[in-house]
Write a protein that binds this ligand. Structure first.
Ligand code: HAM
Length: 443
């Protein structure tokens, strides 16, 4: 073959197209874990009377600019934003759920009849550098309680988190908590921070020098190791809180204590989004390397008004589902892989296929998960190769309909797990025989 003809051959073979970096497929082997997680999340949300709300994945960019704040990593660097080619609208793939949910609550007037407890789940998008536990498309479960002002709801949403970690069997999760006070208290603290950092500008990295003018609180959030000593010595917001803010913070802590939820006050916890006031918190673990925050949230009383709604208090949190699943793996609490089906039906094509398909439908109508063998070549396959598939499906029993069985109006049922026993049953008694066998197997 000449080089030219080799080139032509290579060109003729279609190039494979890969997924987008940092955006992962959920493969069948992991589906059962996600399903299990979804179940537990739904159950816990229900247990506390939270209602489901789903917003679209795309929102007007302004939702996040105004909601999360212009001077945040998310809005400055991480959003997937683009202009709609048809009408020039500025759109953004949601980087988080809270601002979008508040947009929906206002637009649909959901607080009209009073406070609301809501939850959501779904994909979020942030253009971060992918690494273990940090992806460009990731999934959050979040809860938001809107219209409640007291510390009781702060404590309630934290209790929900603790219940979740317990139900999921997570080990080594710590709760860190702080109070960001109110705007006037943060303003006083901000002035003190600016004075402090201005005296030490040489030690600030480029990002922090910029933030000194725009959002100095964010400097406390910096992970730059060379700035940690400087940050450690900075004025603490907690020292600037007034009596009301302290009362709220103390009440939250007292409620947590009376429910045996240990927490550590972390004065440097400021969160990466700008809508918070008063209580903020994060659940962290040392088991996942650098991305050890599995969930975070807090109170965001100013947000609803800032988004154009009638002022109402609110609080909530969201967890990273990939990180929680990873921690479940580390904690050894992932569920066992599930069988694909209860029953695997084998046949030899032709009339035996017709009978097998009718029987498989009858089993499914009775709530029995059933896979009907379909030969990959569209023709037929030996019983031996079908039986291999039946075994690897994890089915408890195989139902076999060959020409000999069909001629006698019979089928065979074979135990695939325990005894391996195989016996003949009347064709019109397959459902009954299968039900009895499944009941017997589960006893
Ligand atoms: P957040 O701290 O930005 O808060 O995100 C919440 C959680 O999402 C994080 O603790 C982390 O587990 C997960 N997460 C964030 N970014 C990534 C990523 N790139 N890859 C994987 N997981 C990630 C919020 O989003 C707020 N909306 C939480 C909230 C709700 N506050 C009040 N209500």
């Amino acid at each position: 073959m000449t080089d030219q003809s080799k080139d032509l051959k290579v060109q003729a073979k279609a190039q494979k197209i890969n997924g987008v970096r940092g955006m992962n497929d959920l493969l069948p082997a992991d589906a059962a874990q996600w399903e299990h997680l979804d179940h537990v999340l739904r159950d816990v949300a229900r247990a506390y009377g939270y209602e489901f709300l789903r917003t679209p994945i795309l929102e007007a960019t302004a939702v996040f600019q105004r909601g999360i704040g212009e001077v945040t990593d998310i809005v400055e660097k991480e959003m997937y934003s683009f202009e709609d080619r048809l009408n020039g609208e500025q759109l953004t793939l949601r980087p988080e759920g809270t601002a979008a949910l508040v947009r929906s609550v206002i637009e649909n007037n959901l607080l009209y009849e009073g406070p609301k407890r809501l939850w959501y789940t779904g994909p979020m998008f942030r253009h971060e550098r992918p690494q273990r536990g940090r992806y460009r498309q990731f999934h959050q479960f979040g809860i938001e309680a809107l219209g409640f002002a007291g510390p009781d709801i702060d404590a309630e949403i934290i209790l929900m988190g603790q219940r979740l970690w317990d139900e999921l069997g997570l080990k080594g999760v710590r709760l860190e908590i702080n109070s960001l006070g109110q705007a006037n208290e943060r303003a006083e603290h901000r002035a003190a921070l600016v004075t402090y950092f201005e005296k030490n500008t040489a030690q600030l990295d480029e990002d922090s020098q910029r933030r000194l003018m725009t959002n100095p609180l964010r400097i406390l959030d910096s992970k730059n190791p060379e700035m940690q000593a400087l940050i450690e010595g900075a004025p603490k917001l907690l020292d600037f809180l007034g009596a009301e803010s302290l009362k709220h913070f103390n009440a939250v802590q007292a409620l947590l204590k009376s429910n045996n939820i240990p927490c550590k006050i972390n004065p440097r916890l400021v969160r990466g989004l700008d809508y918070y006031n008063l209580t903020v918190f994060e659940w962290v673990t040392d088991e996942l390397g650098a991305q050890g925050t599995i969930a975070g949230g807090g109170r965001y009383d100013p947000l609803i008004e800032r988004m154009g709604g009638k002022a109402a208090p609110a609080c909530g949190w969201a967890m990273g589902m990939e990180r929680v699943l990873e921690l479940m793996k580390v904690s050894g609490s992932l569920p066992e892989p599930q069988a694909q089906c209860d029953i695997f039906v084998l046949h030899q094509g032709g009339e035996t296929l017709t009978a097998a398909m009718i029987i498989a439908e009858r089993l499914r109508s009775a709530g029995i998960d059933t896979i009907l063998f379909c030969p990959p070549d569209g023709e037929s396959a030996s019983f031996k190769s079908q039986m291999k598939k039946a075994d690897s499906s994890g089915a408890a029993f195989a139902v076999i309909i060959g020409p000999d069985e069909l001629a006698k109006d019979e089928a065979q049922i074979k135990d695939l797990r325990a005894s391996g026993e195989q016996k003949s049953i009347p064709l019109d008694g397959v459902l009954e025989a299968v039900m009895n066998a499944l009941v017997g197997a589960s006893e």
